[in-house]
Design a protein around this ligand. Structure first.
Ligand SMILES: *[C@@H]1O[C@H](CO)[C@@H](O)[C@H](O)[C@H]1NC(C)=O
Ligand SMILES: *[C@@H]1O[C@H](CO)[C@@H](O)[C@H](O)[C@H]1NC(C)=O
Ligand SMILES: *[C@@H]1O[C@H](CO)[C@@H](O)[C@H](O)[C@H]1NC(C)=O
Length: 581
């Protein structure tokens, strides 16, 4: 069986539960999160050959955002930003040039959301919601003794530091230690008995057993691999990987190890449906995050979805994702919860253009429509422009398209505002020093605010990180959307990607062209796909916009103190045994 490649991502922090704020029962909140899904992968975003009727229905029953931006083009930082409404550099979750590892690689790692970060789950718990998370996660917070949703059914599950006993039992150093201690004891006993065997030779023999036999066995098991896919991605063997990174937990209980991929999508969907059924008639609302494993590698589908699409295994994955979305939404309707549930659907970032199956070289990555670039290219449009759908029957307009630039980071303030809850500082007072980068877009969703028409005075600036660096900035003036590049991806000839490979992508530090001497400006209103040359630096338009954006960046850098990246030391990103769940 193909070994699971669960690159871990973090979702939730920890928080305090305070009493309800006195609002009459606010609506339920359901977040449906796809993984690596490109904006060109869905029917409702113009794909005519894929079959995604359920997601398309969600779009036609709600608001479809066409300019919806992820804070990062990688899962760990993007998901952290989605749930905290803050740029991931603020808490060290963007990769650093020193080792260039962009995501949490192992469950057993000290990297995660700092415990004092506040997430949407923290806020909704404070507002007396029942909170749950199902699916692909779960970057634990460093001090994680309490995950932020009250329940979860997740891969890879909750992490708690090991006890000393566990370390002793599992440590690869233990056989060596036993040899050394054993040889010392042996020598003492033998020396005491004045045996002919010299103490040194026994010591040498036992150390030899360790060095020549036990250590190589361990090293081989841990590092050799039958599966180049796993080895390339995380540098450990598939044997070790299935033991340390492939497990499914229900709260603290291990459900499955290693995870059986066939039927996993249905298993996760069933868990969410069971949650909905269990809480349908509660006196308090719920917050459910369903985080799909699709459409990330490895490609797997249940039997009935194999060959279902016209686009090979990747297409089958999209259609299976859509089927899962449909099953969850159907359950919501059957339980009579549809009108009282705010649903949000998005993808953590754009499609992975380079992804191919090793061996067959079949494409297994997404399609970002006409936007250039993809996953891991934080500055390129294809990496960060993702689907975004909000639905709340009777409250939000239906079948509406919003072209105003919005961010995944807008989720928390928007949910709190739409649901009529107090804002985050009122709900969670200790969040007062946590400046948010997302804004409340409820007026935009409710179509009260018309951009490019009557209300044009609300300007907004977005920064596009690639790792810790800022590769581009975007200015929405109300009438225009400008994008200014400081670095551009160094694509391979004739493409908008960096070659082919299961884990290949343009890196944020090596595969870039530094254009800071003369930043490149595009007007996305006139040239949405950046097909034309950038705006000439001699124009007043260039000078005004560039000056505003560079001025903003300078002030931001002077004002915001960023912690070092948590992903900048090998110690943090390697497999740290004693963090193993
Ligand atoms: C639809 O999505 C599939 C899967 O990513 C892709 O191969 C195909 O090119 C897309 N088709 C169109 C018309 O956008
Ligand atoms: C990466 O980390 C090193 C060491 O902490 C730091 O000196 C460097 O500035 C960081 N890189 C970026 C791009 O911030
Ligand atoms: C929350 O509301 C309070 C009182 O209206 C206000 O002072 C505060 O600035 C708001 N905080 C945020 C993050 O909007």
């Amino acid at each position: 069986m193909k070994v699971v490649v669960w690159v871990l991502v973090l979702v939730m922090g920890v928080g305090v539960v305070v009493s309800s704020s006195g609002v009459d029962t606010p609506p339920n909140v359901l977040v449906l999160l796809a993984d690596d899904l490109g904006i060109g992968d869905l029917g409702c975003y113009g794909n005519t050959t894929i079959n995604t009727p359920n997601i398309d229905r969600l779009a036609s029953e709600g608001v479809r955002l066409t300019h919806h931006l992820a804070a990062s083009a990688m899962c760990t930082p993007s998901r952290a930003a989605l749930f905290t409404s803050r740029y991931p550099t603020r808490y060290g979750l963007e990769e650093n040039a020193t080792i260039q590892i962009p995501v949490i690689l192992h469950t057993a790692s000290p990297v995660g959301l700092p415990a004092d970060e506040v997430t949407l789950a923290t806020a909704l718990k404070a507002a007396d919601y029942t909170t749950a998370l199902v699916g692909r996660v779960q970057g634990p917070s460093t001090t994680a003794s309490s995950p932020s949703t009250e329940s979860h059914y997740s891969l890879p599950g909750v992490r708690r530091p090991w006890s000393l006993l566990q370390v002793l039992i599992h440590s690869p150093q233990v056989p060596g230690l036993v040899c050394v201690v054993g040889s010392v004891v042996w020598s003492l006993v033998m020396g005491y008995r004045k045996n002919i065997l010299s103490t040194t030779s026994v010591l040498t023999l036992l150390l030899f057993i360790h060095v020549a036999v036990l250590a190589p066995i361990w090293f081989t098991l841990a590092h050799s691999s039958l599966d180049p896919f796993v080895h390339e991605a995380i540098g450990i063997s598939s044997w070790l990987h299935t033991r340390v990174n492939s497990h499914l937990f229900r709260d603290d209980a291990l459900v499955e190890r290693p995870i059986r991929l066939e039927g996993l999508t249905q298993q996760l969907v069933d868990e969410s449906r069971a949650f909905l059924t269990a809480h349908a008639h509660d006196h308090k609302p719920f917050f459910l995050v369903h985080s799909f494993a699709h459409v990330h590698v490895p490609m797997f589908s249940s039997q009935h979805m194999k060959g279902h699409s016209r686009h090979g295994r990747y297409g089958d994955n999209i259609e299976e994702l859509d089927e899962g979305v449909g099953a969850i939404l159907d359950t919501l309707r059957e339980l009579g919860l549809e009108d009282n549930t705010l649903v949000y659907f998005t993808s953590d970032h754009g499609g992975h253009l380079e992804a191919v199956e090793p061996g067959t070289m079949e494409r297994i990555g997404g399609h970002n429509g006409r936007f250039k670039g993809g996953k891991r290219q934080g500055g390129s449009e294809g990496g960060i422009r993702v689907p975004g759908l909000y639905r709340w029957p009777g409250i939000l307009p239906t079948g509406v398209t919003v072209d105003v630039p919005t961010s995944l980071m807008d989720l928390m303030p928007t949910v709190l505002s739409l649901t009529g809850l107090p804002n985050i500082t009122q709900l969670v007072p200790h969040s007062a020093d946590k400046e948010l980068d997302g804004v409340d877009i409820s007026e935009v969703l409710l179509q009260k605010e018309v951009y490019g028409g009557k209300t044009t005075d609300r300007r907004r600036i977005f920064m596009h990180h690639c790792g810790q660096d800022i590769h581009a900035l975007r200015l929405h003036t109300g009438e225009h959307v400008y994008k200014l590049y400081l670095y551009k991806a160094r694509w391979h000839e004739g493409s908008t990607q960096c070659g082919w490979g299961a884990y290949k992508s343009c890196t944020c530090f090596d595969d870039v062209i530094d254009v800071r001497k003369e930043p490149q400006l595009y007007d996305l209103t006139r040239d949405p796909y950046e097909d034309n040359p950038p705006i000439s630096p001699d124009t007043p338009e260039y000078q005004t916009v560039t000056e505003e954006l560079l001025g903003y960046l300078q002030k931001w850098r002077a004002r915001i103190h960023l912690p070092p990246s948590q992903l900048s030391t090998m110690e943090n990103v390697k497999w740290n045994m004693w963090y193993q769940p």
